[in-house]
Design a protein. Structure first.
Lengths: 316, 258
């Protein structure tokens, strides 16, 4: 990138607009910094008193003394449910976006786009109730199958949780929740594929799918990555739906890698216990968990930014 | 391998609008045919019917027939994808694939044909780039993005990409309109060289260019905007530019309109 000197004319309109834009930019940075500062300042005293290893312990004892809490369980459940959601939502969302922009006739493409967008308008609480009451019970077939034939693999080992309340069910419901985000953004970038690139592929004798592979997908890749990261951010932070569906475990339950286990994510743990923030050190323990979620999302977004910049460097 | 093109009573439509009316022409193998005419006269639409790229636009369709030697490319059982693999095309604006390297751009068509052998692909890269007079300029940066080249180099890269699949016909839709005079000259030299191997059809707004590179010239015109374009006259290039049979052709090439 080249630095250019802005053509400042010094006129009033320029100064007002420039000032407003600068102010908005600084405000965003200030808000993020303040949130991070708040989380750190609240979490540090509790972390200092934590007698367990904060990163590796699966205990969560914040009522008595000594204070003993760790995030291992929360981190695993959060990451696992989000990874399941992304494994389903990214290919599915990209497929829907390709259908809408490249295959469907105009009338169908508009209808399908509107319907997918409507998925984003459904409140989390509705997804939670639907997941637990309607959709979840149907997961028992898949669960039985996987446990029976792949049960030797730690991810699919048997656990005592009902099929409606497992990490897998949460992951699937989350995938539906992030689907509209991924579809909407992917759709936008796919629709912007330059006609020149598509013509180039077609004129070489590409079939429609080959044209998509050589022209549309490479052009849309940075957009799809951004879309996925936005979706992942939503999945990592989703609270109400996870809280309703996922079966929380009693403290001291044995560790399991299984997707058929229960547990709590960072967000659902904090929400489940929001009523108990009665002492600074208790609140601090939960905010420490919140801080990790904040950092996790931050790291994920940074990685996405790096990947996007790399593929951009090649296309300019 | 170059083929004769036989066009009979060809009409091209966008929806209900007829853009090209009743064109009949024969294009000899290993020759350069230039199509000239004012904007909107249907010459670009016409050239896109020769490799079935016209119908890519929603609502666009073609009536009439186009034969490559003896095969009708609009016959019911013909796959347009197959037609485009034998009739290559170079567009107005250079359009290398932005995310691909120079080498990958050249062999993009061969890869679509399923060719995977690295040695064969590497040979095709060199042969095609040499044929497009680009090899010496890019041989040290084959793995750099094709979009980093100058406009003229990008257009020669696109020509290399089109000829890498060894087409029988090469269509060029105003290939120099986005280029400076030096790059234009390079492309024109290249067209003259490629003539020995391919049947070339070139649409151009530049009449000097048509006069310089082509053996035959077809003049397209339209009565007025909103009317379909027609082939007014087609003859040997020197005849068209020295002694055309039709008044409108003479008016156009002498700059009286268009």
């Amino acid at each position: 990138m080249t630095d250019r000197v802005p053509a400042g004319t010094g006129r009033l309109g320029d100064r007002i607009f420039g000032g407003t834009a600068k102010g908005a930019g600084l405000l965003v940075i200030a808000i993020v910094t303040l949130i991070a500062g708040f989380l750190v300042s609240q979490a540090l005293p509790a972390l200092a008193k934590d007698k367990a290893n904060f990163l590796t312990s699966t205990q969560w004892n914040v009522d008595g003394t000594p204070l003993q809490f760790g995030i291992a369980n929360l981190l695993w459940v959060t990451v696992l449910s989000s990874v399941i959601a992304m494994l389903i939502a990214v290919p599915f969302g990209v497929g829907v976006a390709l259908f809408i922009t490249q295959y469907a006739p105009a009338w169908l493409s508009r209808t399908a786009a509107t319907l997918v967008d409507l998925l984003a308008a459904v409140p989390s609480i509705v997804y939670g109730l639907w997941g637990l009451q309607v959709f979840g019970p149907h997961m028992s077939g898949i669960q039985d199958f996987l446990v029976t034939y792949l049960g030797w693999f730690p991810l699919f080992s048997r656990s005592g949780i009902g099929a409606a309340s497992t990490i897998l069910t949460v992951g699937v419901v989350l995938s539906i929740m992030v689907l509209p985000i991924i579809t909407a953004l992917s759709r936008e970038v796919f629709a912007q594929t330059p006609v020149a690139n598509k013509d180039a592929a077609l004129a070489l004798g590409a079939t429609r799918w080959e044209m998509i592979r050589t022209a549309v997908l490479p052009f849309g890749k940075p957009g799809v990555i951004s879309a996925s990261m936005l979706g992942l951010g939503r999945a990592l932070g989703e609270t109400v739906a996870v809280m309703i569906i996922l079966s929380a475990l009693a403290d001291g339950t044995a560790w399991s890698w299984s997707v058929f286990h229960g547990g709590e994510t960072f967000a659902s743990k904090i929400a489940n216990n929001a009523a108990e923030f009665d002492s600074p050190q208790k609140a601090g323990a939960f905010l420490a968990a919140g801080l990790v979620l904040f950092l996790l999302t931050f790291v994920v977004n940074s990685i996405a930014r790096i990947v996007i910049n790399r593929s951009k460097a090649f296309s300019e | 391998m170059a083929k004769r093109i036989d066009v009979k009573n060809l009409n091209a439509y966008y929806g209900t609008f007829r853009a090209v009316e009743d064109v009949t022409m024969t294009i000899e193998p290993r020759s350069v045919t230039a199509l000239i005419g004012p904007s909107g006269c249907g010459k670009s639409t016409f050239i896109r019917t020769l490799n079935r790229m016209h119908e890519v636009i929603p609502g666009a369709r073609v009536e009439g027939s186009v034969h490559l030697d003896d095969a009708d490319i609009y016959a019911a059982n013909v796959d347009p994808v197959g037609v485009r693999r034998t009739v290559g095309m170079v567009f107005q604006r250079p359009n290398p694939f932005p995310t691909m390297s120079i080498a990958d751009n050249v062999v993009a068509g061969l890869r679509l044909n399923g060719l995977k052998n690295k040695t064969v692909l590497a040979e095709a890269v060199e042969a095609s780039l040499r044929a497009a007079n680009l090899w010496n300029e890019v041989k040290d940066r084959l793995n750099k993005p094709g979009a980093g080249l100058s406009g003229g180099q990008q257009q020669r890269l696109c020509i290399a990409r089109a000829i890498a699949v060894e087409p029988q016909v090469l269509l060029m839709d105003e290939p120099c309109s986005a280029l400076d005079p030096i790059s234009t000259l390079a492309i024109e030299d290249l067209i003259t060289e490629l003539k020995s191997r391919y049947t070339i059809v070139i649409v151009t707004h530049n009449m000097q260019q048509a006069a310089r590179v082509s053996d035959r010239t077809g003049f397209f015109n339209l009565v007025e905007t909103g009317q379909p374009g027609r082939l007014i006259e087609m003859d040997d290039t020197h005849k068209i530019f020295s002694n055309p049979s039709i008044r409108a052709t003479e008016d156009y090439i002498s700059g009286r309109f268009g």
